[in-house]
Ligand binder design. Sequence first.
Ligand SMILES: [Zn+2]
Length: 296
Amino acid sequence: MLKRLVLSLIIAGLFIKPSYSQSLSKQRFNLTIYNIGVGALVGGAGGFLNKDPNERALKSILRGMGVGAAGGSLVAFGKSITYQITKSEALEFAWLARLTNAAGSSIIQNAYNNNKWWTKWNLNALGMHLEYDVPNNQFRGRVLFSSFITTLVLAKQAKLNVGRTLATGVFFYEKDGLPKGFGLIGSGIGVANSIAVDTNVEAGSRNEFYSLVAHEIVHTLQFDNLYWANPLFKRLDSNLKNKSRLYSNLGKYIHLDLNGALHYLIYEVQKSQPWGCRLYEREAEVFSNRIVPPCN
Ligand SMILES: [Zn+2]
């Protein structure tokens, strides 16, 4: 019962909206604090849920909050690096942003699991979920399930640009027209480990193209931030593995992530608001383009 209450609190925390402000510096500050706060909340809750039996609850909550907050600040820093894509018109900064953000998300996941902050590192890249387990010196690479789904939806309507895929670390699709899918339609879409952009944007303005890509890259970072949600279903996962050999064998090659479903759900909740008021859109614009979108 208590565990369920704590889990509900974490999920509820994701829906807290940092206050809206027209001033860019205030908005950047609020969103940075929001990312640090979510890291602290997830780390603190995990510290409590996964504490050692002999440990005092307060001690493990505070430790989890501290480690989670540190991870949250790296997450925000990773998102702010995407501005370099817009400013320098260089797609390669996406890698730096993705690596920094993945390091922050991994630290938050370690805090959630009540492990040392450096225990496990995750990275989603090129449709794969890569994990490095430091104490066991074990590396594992598996197909990222959500990315597999987005590839199916985007490949049907748009063309993969291999050079840009390698330059950014996400599947990069291009379409002559507005890409659509998952209830979204726009000059760009960023879902799971893929982005799709309308080629007419680049034909019209080079800088607008880079600012669009930077914006969509932030959406892929928001997806990666939800790594910590996967351990919530650890028990269900191991039960299924014991019961089904097929499930257990598939798990060796496919990472059945919850990031996609949770990301979709969080965005769905925001969709009733005007575009510029949605937390995920505001965060993407403020970090990647240093613009506060109008909210009305
Ligand atoms: Zn967007």
